[in-house]
Design a protein around this ligand. Structure first.
Ligand code: ATP
Ligand code: MG
Ligand code: MG
Ligand code: MG
Length: 476
C-alpha cells in the first residue's frame, strides 16, 4: 500500500467516526520550546492546556514532523527519519482510553478490502504504563490480546508530559513483530528493532507539577477533563505494508536512493557504509525540501543551522559515494515528484526551494575538497604520532576557513577513530565572536572618526565578504 493511501485511510477512518479533519500545521510554529513541530499534538496545545476552546470535540490530522534528535539514527536504525508524517486522532474531553484503543485496533486490523491496514492481530504487541490497569484491562478483555503480548513499562517509555507543568498521563503503544529473523524474542521491552513501534496512544488524565525531564516530576492529581492524543508513524506503517527493510526504502523515500545510485555509479546494497550514506541522502533530501518549503533558510544558528547541516551532509555523502558532479538539483527534483501529491506547494514553490538547496551545495562544494584534504593530513599526523584527539584549533580552522560545521568534523573524526577537543574548539569560537563584537564596535566609531574609517577603506577589509556565507556556525 502506497504512503499516500496509508495517509488517506487514516483520515477517512477517523472522519467516518465523526472527527474533524485538520490540515498539517507548518513545521515552524511560534513555540519557544520547539525548534520544529515534532508531533501531531503541537498545533492543538492551546486546547490541551485549556487556553482556548476547541471548535470540535474530536479531530484528526497527518502532521509534518521533524526530529533533529534522530539525526544520528538515520540510516543506522531501520526506523528513524528526520522528517516523517505523524497521523493522529485527538479527543478534547470526548472519548477516552476505550475509544482510543478500539479505534486504533480497528484501523490496524480490519482488512484492506474494508479500508483498514490488514495487520495480522497475532503479530501485534502492546505496552501500557506500570500501574495502568484500566488500559491493560481494555486490551486484554475487550480487544482480546493475550496477556503475554501486553507489557508494562515505566515512566521513561510510557508516561507522557510536555516537560513543563500541564497535562500528563500514561501511554499505551502498539508494536508489530517483524519476526525472529530480525531480533530476539521478548517483545518491545527486549528488542525495538524486531518489534517495531507504530502507534503511541497518550491518555492525558493528570496534571504535572514541577520537576525535571521525562521521569522525575510530581503528579498533582487528575485533570478536570480527560483528553486523547495519538500518533501513528505513516512511514513505519509503509515500511511494514510495503514489505521492505526499513523506512528509507518506502515508496516516497527510496526513489532518491535510486537517483543517488545513478549519479554515483555505486549500487545500493553493496556495502554497509555506502548504504548508510544512501539512506542519509534520501532522508535528508526530503527533510531539507520540507523545511525550505516552510520557510527555513540555511544559516548559522537555530533552524537555519539544522538545515545547513542536513544539506552539507547530503553533499558530502554523495561525494563519498562517488558522485563527482553537483547532485542536489536532481535529489530535490525527485523529492518534489514523490511528495507533491500530498504537498502541492513543492511544485508551486519549486524554483525557490531548488535555488536555496543548490545555493548551499555550491557554497559548500567550493571548499569541501580542500577541507577534506586538510582534515586527512591532520588526522594522518595524529595517527602517526599515536594520538587519538583531533585538536580544537584544527577543528576551528576547518570551520572558519572551509565551512565545516563542527558536527561534520565530529563525524569525520569518529570515522577515523579520533575524538575532537570540543572544549578547545568552543573556546576559539567564543574568542572569535568576542573579536567580531569589538570589530563592530570599532566600526561604529569609525563612522564618527574619519581617520579610522579611512584606514579601513585603505585596507579594503570592510568590503571583503567572500567567506561570509561559509564562515560561521554559531550553534556549536
Ligand atoms: P522510537 O521509540 O521508535 O524512537 P518514539 O517513541 O520516539 O519512537 P513517539 O514520540 O511515540 O515515537 O511518536 C509517535 C509515533 O511516531 C511513533 O510510534 C512512530 O510510529 C512515529 N515516529 C516517531 N519518531 C519517528 C521517526 N524518527 N521516524 C519515523 N517515524 C517516527
Ligand atoms: Mg524516538
Ligand atoms: Mg518509543
Ligand atoms: Mg513512542
Amino acid at each position: 500500500m502506497q504512503t499516500h493511501e496509508i495517509r488517506r485511510r487514516f483520515l477517512d477512518h477517523f472522519v467516518k467516526a465523526g472527527h474533524t479533519e485538520v490540515a498539517s500545521a507548518s513545521l515552524i510554529l511560534d513555540d519557544p520550546n520547539l525548534l520544529f513541530v515534532n508531533a501531531g499534538m503541537v498545533q492543538f496545545k492551546p486546547y490541551f492546556l485549556g487556553q482556548q476552546t476547541p471548535p470540535y470535540a474530536t479531530a484528526t490530522s497527518v502532521q509534518k514532523c521533524v526530529r533533529t534528535g534522530d539525526i544520528e539514527n538515520v540510516g543506522v536504525t531501520t526506523r528513524h527519519n528526520t522528517f516523517f508524517q505523524m497521523a493522529g486522532n485527538f479527543s478534547f474531553g470526548d472519548y477516552f482510553k476505550q475509544g482510543a484503543i478500539k479505534h486504533a485496533w480497528a484501523l490496524l486490523t480490519s482488512s484492506q478490502e474494508d479500508g483498514g491496514y490488514g495487520f495480522d492481530p497475532e503479530r501485534l504487541w502492546v505496552t501500557v504504563y506500570l500501574d495502568d490497569d484500566e488500559a491493560h484491562g481494555i486490551w486484554r478483555d475487550e480487544i482480546g490480546i493475550p496477556e503475554e503480548r501486553i507489557q508494562r513499562r515505566g515512566m521513561a517509555d510510557n508516561y507522557w508530559s510536555m516537560g513543563i507543568p500541564g497535562p500528563c498521563g500514561p501511554c499505551s503503544e502498539i508494536y508489530y513483530d517483524r519476526g525472529p529473523e530480525f531480533g530476539i524474542d521478548g517483545g518491545p521491552e527486549a528488542d525495538e528493532d524486531r518489534y517495531l513501534e507504530i502507534w503511541n496512544l497518550v491518555f492525558m488524565q493528570n496534571e504535572r507539577g514541577e520537576g525535571r525531564g521525562k521521569d522525575n516530576f510530581e503528579i498533582i492529581g487528575p485533570l478536570p477533563k480527560q483528553n486523547i492524543d495519538t500518533g501513528m508513524g505513516v512511514e513505519r506503517v509503509a515500511f511494514l505494508l510495503q514489505d521492505v527493510d526499513n523506512v528509507y526504502e518506502t515508496d516516497l523515500v527510496r526513489p532518491v536512493i535510486t537517483k543517488a545510485e545513478e549519479l554515483s555509479g555505486c549500487a545500493y546494497g553493496s556495502d554497509d557504509t555506502s548504504d548508510v550514506r544512501f539512506r542519509v541522502i534520501a532522508d535528508h533530501a526530503r527533510t531539507a525540501v520540507m523545511l525550505i518549503a516552510d520557510g527555513v533558510n540555511p544559516g548559522n544558528e537555530g533552524r537555519g543551522y539544522v538545515l545547513r547541516r542536513l544539506l552539507r551532509r547530503i553533499v558530502r555523502s554523495a561525494r563519498l559515494l562517488g558522485a563527482e558532479k553537483p547532485s542536489m538539483a536532481e535529489f530535490v527534483t525527485v523529492v518534489r515528484d514523490t511528495m507533491s501529491e500530498s504537498y502541492p506547494e513543492l511544485t508551486t514553490d519549486f524554483d525557490r526551494i531548488l535555488g536555496v538547496a543548490v545555493g548551499e551545495e555550491t557554497a559548500f562544494r567550493r571548499t569541501l575538497d580542500a577541507g577534506e584534504k586538510r582534515f586527512e593530513v591532520e588526522a594522518g599526523e595524529i595517527a602517526a604520532a599515536g594520538k587519538k584527539v583531533f585538536g580544537g584549533n584544527e577543528a576551528f580552522v576547518l570551520h572558519d576557513t572551509y565551512g565545516f560545521p563542527i558536527d561534520l568534523t565530529l563525524e569525520m573524526a569518529a570515522e577515523a577513530g579520533l575524538s575532537v577537543d570540543e572544549d578547545g574548539f568552543r573556546a576559539l569560537m567564543t574568542e572569535q565572536r568576542q573579536r567580531a563584537k569589538e570589530d563592530a564596535q570599532s566600526r561604529k566609531h569609525a563612522h564618527a572618526d574619519l581617520s579610522i574609517y579611512k584606514e579601513f577603506v585603505d585596507r579594503g577589509e570592510t568590503e571583503f565578504t567572500g567567506f561570509n556565507e561559509l564562515n560561521t556556525e554559531a550553534t556549536v
